[in-house]
Design a protein around this ligand. Structure first.
Ligand code: ATP
Length: 315
C-alpha cells in the first residue's frame, strides 16, 4: 500500500528521524531518516557494517540514539515504552533453549509478558510461521530455517502491528526465503508494517515492497522498490538488429524513449507491458534475444555502497 501523497497525513508505523549513533570513534548511524507505513514490507539494505543492526536496535529501544528520534506507532521509543508490546522483534539470531521443544520455548518466552498461556494469536502465529508438527520437537534438532520460523512465531504470537527483523533470511535456502516472503506479505496485507534488514539485493527483491538503502551509517536512497528498481516502465531489450528495432519501437504509441546502450536497447514505456514490445518487434521480423525490466537505481545505489568502501563489521 502506498502512503497517500495528498489528504490527511497518516502516522507512520515506524519512523526514524535524524537518528545518529556513535560507538567510540565509529559513527555507526548518521542522521538517518525514513518511515515505514502500514501494509509495507520495507527492506533495510546495506553491506556489512552499514549500520542496519544499530538502526533496528534504536527502533526497538535496545539502544538510545545520540541524536534524533525513533518512533513506533507515532510514539517515541524508549526501553519499556508501551508501544513496544505491539512490536515483534527478531534480532541477533535465534536464541532458544535447545533441549526444549519449540512450543515449550514459545511458552517460556511468553511467560515474560505475565499474561496467561496461550496467547490468543498463537494459532495464527504458528500457521504463519509454518513449522507444522515440528513445533513439538526439540529445538536442538531444528535447522537454521526452522529456528528462524520459531523466531517468527515468537514475534507474531504477540499479535504485533510492527515487525522488525534483523537479517531473517540468514541461513535460509531459496525455498525458505520464498516462504518467508509469503508470510511477511500476508502479515503486511493484514495492516502491519514490516522492516527487514538484509545485505543482499537479490533477497530483498523477493521480500520487500519498499527499501531503505544505507551505507556507512547514512541514507543512500529510499522508496518503493519498483521506483528504486527503475520501475516497470523501463526495459532492456536485446535484438538481432538494433537499427530496425529502434525504428519499430519508436513507432509504437506509448513508447517514450529508445536508446542504444551497449549491445542492447533501453526502452521507456510507462503504460506498456514487455509482451507489447516483443510482439511488435517479432511481427516486424526483428529477432528478440532477451527482455528484462531495467533495474538501474537500486543497482546504482549498491554500486555507490561498494565504492563507498563498505566496512566489514567485526562484532
Ligand atoms: N556495540 C558496538 N560497539 C562498537 N562498535 C559497534 C557496536 N555495534 C556496532 N558497531 C559498529 O558500528 C558499525 C555499524 O554496525 P551494524 O552492526 O549496525 O551494521 P550492520 O549494517 O548491521 O552490519 P552487519 O550486516 O555486519 O550486521 C560497524 O562498524 C560496527 O563495527
Amino acid at each position: 500500500m502506498e502512503p497517500p501523497t495528498t489528504g490527511t497525513p497518516v502516522t507512520p508505523m515506524i519512523r526514524a528521524s535524524e537518528l545518529s549513533k556513535r560507538y567510540g570513534r565509529r559513527q555507526a548511524v548518521r542522521e538517518l531518516s525514513f518511515t515505514v507505513e502500514t501494509g509495507q514490507v520495507c527492506a533495510l539494505l546495506g553491506p556489512n557494517g552499514a549500520g542496519k543492526t544499530s538502526t533496528i536496535r534504536m527502533l526497538v529501544g535496545l539502544s538510545a540514539p545520540d541524536a534524533g528520534t525513533a518512533s513506533i506507532l507515532g510514539e517515541p521509543v524508549g526501553l519499556g515504552a508501551s508501544e513496544l508490546s505491539r512490536v515483534g522483534v527478531l534480532i541477533d539470531g535465534p536464541a532458544f533453549v535447545p533441549h526444549m521443544t519449540g512450543m515449550a520455548n514459545l511458552k517460556l518466552l511468553w511467560s515474560a509478558t505475565r499474561r496467561s498461556w496461550p496467547p490468543p494469536e498463537l494459532d495464527d502465529a504458528l500457521e504463519l510461521a509454518g513449522l507444522g508438527a515440528a513445533i513439538d520437537r526439540r529445538v536442538k534438532g531444528y535447522s537454521m530455517g526452522m529456528k528462524m520460523r520459531l523466531m517468527l512465531a515468537q514475534a507474531l504470537m504477540r499479535a504485533p502491528q510492527v515487525l522488525l527483523l534483523d537479517e531473517p533470511a540468514n541461513g535460509l535456502d531459496p525455498a525458505e526465503v520464498r516462504a518467508l516472503r509469503d508470510r511477511l506479505a500476508a502479515f503486511a496485507r493484514g495492516g502491519a508494517a514490516v522492516l527487514v534488514s538484509s545485505h543482499q539485493l537479490a533477497e530483498v527483491q523477493q521480500l520487500a515492497t519498499h527499501a531503505v538503502v544505507m551505507n556507512n551509517g547514512a541514507l543512500v536512497t529510499a522508496g518503493p522498490l519498483t521506483d528504486l528498481l527503475g520501475g516497470a516502465d523501463s526495459y532492456r531489450i536485446e535484438v538481432d538488429d538494433n537499427d530496425r528495432a529502434i525504428a519499430v519501437l519508436r513507432a509504437i504509441p506509448g513508447v517514450a524513449t529508445v536508446t542504444a546502450q551497449g549491445d542492447g536497447l533501453e526502452v521507456t514505456a510507462p503504460d506498456l507491458q514487455s509482451r507489447d514490445l516483443v510482439s511488435a518487434l517479432v511481427t516486424a521480423g526483428v529477432g528478440v534475444t532477451s527482455v528484462n525490466q531495467a533495474s538501474r537505481s537500486l543497482e546504482e545505489a549498491f554500486l555507490t555502497m561498494t565504492e563507498g568502501g563498505s566496512e566489514h563489521a567485526a562484532h
